[in-house]
Each structure stands twice: as C-alpha cells, then as structure tokens.
Design a protein around this ligand. Structure first.
Ligand code: OGA
Ligand code: MN
Length: 297
C-alpha cells in the first residue's frame, strides 16, 4: 500500500500532501498519516483532486461531524443542496452572487468563532480560480503566541475576548444580524485569548477577527489599544504563508491555531470555492507549569 508523502511548504506553516486521491475512502493508515501531518503543519495542500460535494463531505467528516454553513450575506442565492457546503464565490447569476465574500480582500479571521463551538477545521476546494489574485493567506498562531513579549504573554493568558458575529471577513453583514457600531453591544461569544490546542496541547493566540472585538472587563479604549498591539504582532509576515490557487486544489486548515485571509482579485474573473467545516470543541486555556517549577505528586 502506498502512503501519502508530506512536503513542508514553508519552515513555519503548510505542507503539501501527495499520492492520495481524496475522492476515494481513506484507509485508517492514510487518515492517520494525514492527521499527524495536519497537526504538525496546520494547513495541508492537496493538488489535482476532482471532488463532488458528497466526496468533499465524505473526506471532511473523517475529522469529525460537519458543521452547518454560516449565514450568508444578504444577496447570496445558494444553489447547493447541502447544509454543510458553503460556497465562496464572486460569480453572479441574474445579478445575484452564488456564494459569499465577493472579489475584494477578506481580512484576517478565524471561521465562525462567534459560535460557542467554533469549527476545528475547514476544507476549501477550488472549482474555478482566477489566473492571479485571490490568494489565501494563513498565519501561525502558535508562533504568534510564542513570540509575544513575556509580560504581554502573561497578561493575555488571563483575558477573554468577544468574537463578533455580525459581519463576515469581506465586511458584509450576515443575514439576520443587527448592524451594530459599538463593539461592546455586538452579538458574539467570549473565548479565552490564549487557547490550548486540544490535540497538540500547545498554547496559541486566539483572536478571531478584529472588527467589533472587545476584551471582557476592560474599558473600550484600553481594549482597543491592546487589541491593536496584538493584531499588529499577529499579522507579522514571518508567521504567514499565502497560497496561489490552481483549480482542483484543496486546502485543509486547523481553525484553532491558524488565521486566514484572502487577497482581492479581478472582478471580471470567476472564482468558485466549496467549503466544509468540522465541528470543534469549546476553546479553553490550561496553564502549563513554568519551566523549573516543582511538580508534587
Ligand atoms: C473561507 C475563507 C477565503 C478564500 O472559506 O473561510 O475565508 O480564499 N475563504 O476564499
Ligand atoms: Mn474564512
């Protein structure tokens, strides 16, 4: 039996998985090899895949139960038949988009972290992509946490932040959401700002998205200042990798320990992506013993 080969894409993030056909059921050994690589590299790239929606769902569900797609922005007319396949597209039929996020920039974010149980990961499959633009960027949040100045590390460990539910990463209001302007009044969920990864046990910075974020228990001005500092750090290019898509590629990201964004692209070009999202667990932070601290039975 041939096993997939794993090749890192950057030293800090991303790996390509070769020698596997995701349209077929994975053996236990193949799944295990992919899962180990995923936990190590956080984002996996699979090229030359030809997947129907049911095949995309069948691959994704190996990692856990699928989550329903989020509420689209107002104009979107969904042409899929599945509750679990989310369409990201600028293509319009009768002047209505068939998917979300348009053709502009999508700012750094974590998917659906405004929910109490944010997805643990997502699989994004490219059906049609523009020749240039529309690259998807990822940022390693373990590294972002590890490189914080120690006093800031200690401080953020104690804090919780609200993850806003109102607008998506393209800035569009989700269906049914109020158009709030005051971050303290926006709907969303509080999560710890440092999150222990439930599989690797390692801490990572957990920011969600910048818009309408606010840190619990701090005056708004202080919350804004601290968030600006943390975001400036988290967006540092040395933590990131941007992928230039070709059609029939699939990216699988760990939504707990990476953030992602998208570059704008030519509005005259077509981009059609189908995404599944896998239900995760409740984010928590478990302090690790300081080096040298005695452990008593
Ligand atoms: C997503 C997303 C960006 C992109 O699917 O969650 O943010 O590159 N997509 O389409
Ligand atoms: Mn996203």
């Amino acid at each position: 039996m041939s096993m997939p080969t794993i090749s890192p894409i950057t030293p800090h993030l991303g790996a390509e998985v070769d020698g596997i056909d995701l349209s077929q059921p994975l053996s236990g050994d193949e799944f295990a090899a992919i899962h180990v690589a995923w936990m190590q590299h956080q984002v996996l790239l699979f090229r030359h895949q030809t997947l129907t929606d049911p095949q995309l769902e069948a691959f994704s569900v190996r990692f856990g139960a699928l989550d329903r797609k989020p509420a689209y922005s107002a104009d979107v007319v969904d042409t899929t038949t599945s509750d679990f396949v989310c369409v990201i597209s600028n293509v319009r039929i009768d002047n209505k988009p068939i998917g979300d996020l348009g053709d502009g920039e999508a700012v750094w974010h974590t998917d659906m972290s405004y929910n109490p149980l944010p997805p643990l990961g997502a699989a994004l499959y490219a059906l049609e992509v523009p020749a240039s633009g529309g690259e998807t960027g990822f940022s390693n949040m373990y590294l972002a946490y590890d490189t914080l100045p120690p006093p800031l590390k200690a401080r953020v460990q104690t804090l919780q932040c609200k993850h806003d539910a109102t607008r998506n990463s393209a800035g569009l209001l989700r269906r049914g959401m109020p158009d709030v302007t005051d971050p303290t009044h926006s709907p969303g969920t509080l999560h710890p700002m440092v999150r222990t990864h439930p599989v690797t046990g390692k801490p990572c910075l957990y920011l969600g998205r910048r818009r309408h974020a606010c840190i619990a228990g701090l005056p708004l001005a202080e919350s804004e200042a601290l968030l600006d500092t943390l975001w400036a750090h988290a967006e540092r290019p040395e933590f990131t990798w941007h992928h230039h898509w070709r059609k029939h590629e699939l990216l699988l990201w760990d939504n707990r320990c990476v953030m992602h964004r998208r570059n704008p692209f030519d509005p005259a070009a077509r981009r059609v992506m189908h995404r599944t999202q896998i239900i995760g667990d409740k984010p928590y932070f478990k302090p690790v013993a300081a080096p040298g601290a005695a452990i008593h039975a």
